[in-house]
Design a protein around this ligand. Structure first.
Ligand code: ACO
Length: 427
C-alpha cells in the first residue's frame, strides 16, 4: 500500500507521498509543498527533517540501537577492527580476507604526507588548537592532489585512501609541533593504531614499542565513533560536498563542525568539567544542581543527545571498557569515580529523567583517552580520526544518489520590509 499524508495550508489541502525506510521509519516528502501552497516547513536545528535516504547507519534513539550497515555496534566493537569497519562503511559489505588485505595495503601506501607540508606545521603557533590545524591541513591536502576525478570510482577511492592514510600522520604531527618534538614518520609495518601511537609518542632517540592493548583499546574507540548518520559534522560534509567541492575540502569542513563543544568537542569539555568538579571541592550533587540552574549557561557535558532519548549504546560499551582499560593499565583515576557519581546522581534526578538526558558517547571516552596518554585538547582529534570513514561513506553515498541536489535550505524572512535608502548626511 502506498502511504500518503495530507496537509492543509490556508484552505488548500495537498496530498504528499510518504517514504518508508527498511526499519519502517516514515518520512513525508514535502518537496512539492511550496510549489502547491507557497508554504515551507520550519524545523529549528533540523530535529525533524530528513535530509537524505541513507543505507549506512541505522539508529533508534528511543530503543538505544546503533547498527552500521545492519551490524550491531556491540558486535562490531567486540569482533571487528577499525579498518574492517571502514571498509564496511565505504563498500556496504564486510570484506573477504583478501579484500581487507588490499584495502589495508592501499591505506598504508598513503601514510606519508608531502614533505612541503612540514612547513605548514612549522608555521602554526605552538599552542594552536589541534582541530584548527587538522582542519586546515586536511583542506591543504586538496592543493597537493588536484588532478583526481572524484566522480569516478577510482578517483574517489584514491582520495579515500589518501585521507585514511594521512589523517593519523597529520594528527600526530600536530601534537609533535605543540611539544616542539621532531616529527615522526609513519611505520608501515605496524597496524593503524600502533603506527599512530608510535608517531604520537616516540622520539628518534629512543626505542618505542606500542603497547598492543593500548592500540586495541584505541581501535575499539575508533569503531564506536566511525559513523552516526546525519549528525552535525556529517551533515556538514554532505552539504559542502553537495556543491561538488572536493572530498578533502568537505572533510575539512566536517572537522570544523566536529570541533564545537556541543558536538565532538564535548569529550574535551567533559574532562575539563570533571577537573573543575575535583578542583572546586564541590559535591557532585551541588554540581548537578548548578547545571540545572536556568540562569547558568553550564550543562552537564557528555549528557543528553539530539537523537538518543534512552541510553546511547556507545556510552554503555565505553563505560564497561573504561573500567577494563584502566585496570589493564593499572591506572587509578579519580576522574572515573567522579564521572560515575555524576552519572548516578543525574540518573536519579527528576530534571534529567523528565528530559530523557542520558550519558552520551563522550561521557567516558575522555577518561580512556587520558589513560592512554592522549592530551585533553587532542580528544576531539581522536573523534575525527574515528569519524573519517563515516564522513567519506556519506560523501560517496550522497554523490551517487540519483536525487542528489545542492543543499540549499529556505528561510522565513523576519527583517524589515522595503524602505528607501537614506543619504549619509540625512541620518
Ligand atoms: N545538561 C543540562 N541540561 C541539559 C543538557 C545537559 N547536558 N542537555 C539538555 N539539557 C536540557 C536543556 O536545557 C533543555 O531544557 P529545557 O527544556 O528546560 O529548556 C532540554 O534539556 C532539551 O535540551 P536541548 O538543548 O533542546 O536539546 P538538544 O537536542 O537540542 O541538544 C545536546 C542536544 C546539544 C547534545 C545537549 O543535550 C547538550 O548540550 N549536551 C551537552 C553537550 C554534549 O554532551 N554534547 C555531545 C553530544 S554527542 C556528540 O555530538 C558526539
Amino acid at each position: 500500500m502506498t502511504l500518503t499524508a495530507k496537509i492543509e495550508v490556508n484552505g488548500t489541502t495537498v496530498e504528499l507521498p510518504v517514504v518508508e525506510g527498511t526499519e519502517k521509519e516514515l518520512g513525508i516528502d514535502i518537496s512539492t509543498l511550496r510549489g502547491k501552497t507557497g508554504a515551507i516547513t520550519m524545523d529549528w536545528g533540523y530535529g525533524n527533517t530528513g535530509s537524505a535516504e541513507s543505507g549506512i547507519t541505522f539508529l533508534d534513539g528511543e530503543l538505544g540501537i546503533l547498527r552500521y550497515r545492519g551490524y550491531p555496534i556491540e558486535q562490531l566493537a567486540e569482533s571487528s577492527n577499525f579498518l574492517e569497519v571502514s571498509y564496511l562503511l565505504y563498500h556496504g559489505e564486510l570484506p573477504t580476507s583478501a579484500q581487507l588485505d588490499v584495502f589495508k595495503s592501499k591505506i598504508v601506501y598513503h601514510t606519508l604526507v608531502h614533505e612541503d607540508m612540514r612547513s605548514f606545521f612549522n608555521a602554526f603557533p605552538k599552542d594552536a588548537h589541534p582541530m584548527a590545524v587538522l582542519s586546515s591541513a586536511v583542506c591543504a591536502l586538496s592543493t597537493y592532489y588536484q588532478q583526481g576525478d572524484e566522480s569516478t570510482q577510482e578517483g574517489l577511492e584514491l582520495s579515500m585512501f589518501r585521507l585514511m592514510g594521512k589523517l593519523p600522520t597529520i594528527a600526530a604531527w600536530t601534537y609533535k609541533k605543540s611539544l616542539g618534538h621532531p616529527y615522526i614518520y609513519p611505520d608501515n609495518d605496524l597496524n593503524y593504531c600502533e603506527n599512530f601511537l608510535k608517531m604520537m609518542f616516540s622520539l628518534p632517540t629512543e626505542n618505542y614499542v606500542p603497547h598492543p592493548d593500548i592500540a586495541k583499546a584505541l581501535d575499539v574507540l575508533l569503531i564506536l565513533h566511525a559513523d552516526h548518520e546525519q549528525n552535525c559534522s556529517t551533515s556538514t560534509v554532505r552539504m559542502v560536498g553537495s556543491s561538488k567541492a572536493n572530498l578533502f575540502a568537505s572533510i575539512s569542513a566536517g572537522i570544523a563542525a566536529l570541533w564545537g563543544p556541543l558536538h565532538g568537542g564535548a569529550n574535551q569539555a567533559v574532562l575539563e568539567m570533571l577537573e573543575e568538579v575535583v578542583a572546586s571541592g564541590k559535591s557532585t550533587k551541588d554540581f548537578i544542581n548548578s547545571v540545572k540552574d536556568k540562569d547558568s549557561s553550564s550543562r552537564l557535558m557528555g549528557f543528553g543527545h539530539r537523537v538518543y532519548k534512552n541510553f546511547d549504546p556507545r556510552a554503555k560499551i565505553i563505560k564497561v571498557f573504561a573500567d577494563r582499560v584502566l585496570n589493564l593499565l593499572g591506572v587509578d583515576d579519580p576522574m572515573l569515580e567522579v564521572a560515575k557519581e555524576l552519572e548516578e546522581t543525574a540518573l536519579r534526578d527528576e530534571y534529567f529523567v523528565s528530559r530523557k538526558l542520558y550519558p552520551n558517547v563522550d561521557f567516558y571516552s575522555g577518561i580512556i583517552y587520558r589513560a592512554l596518554g592522549i592530551p585533553v585538547n587532542f580528544f576531539t582529534v581522536m573523534f575525527a580520526i574515528g569519524r573519517l570513514p563515516g564522513w567519506i561513506a556519506h560523501w560517496k553515498e550522497m554523490n551517487a544518489h540519483p536525487k542528489n541536489r545542492i543543499g540549499r535550505p529556505r528561510q522565513i524572512y523576519t527583517g524589515e520590509t522595503e524602505r528607501d535608502f537614506i543619504q549619509l548626511n540625512d541620518r
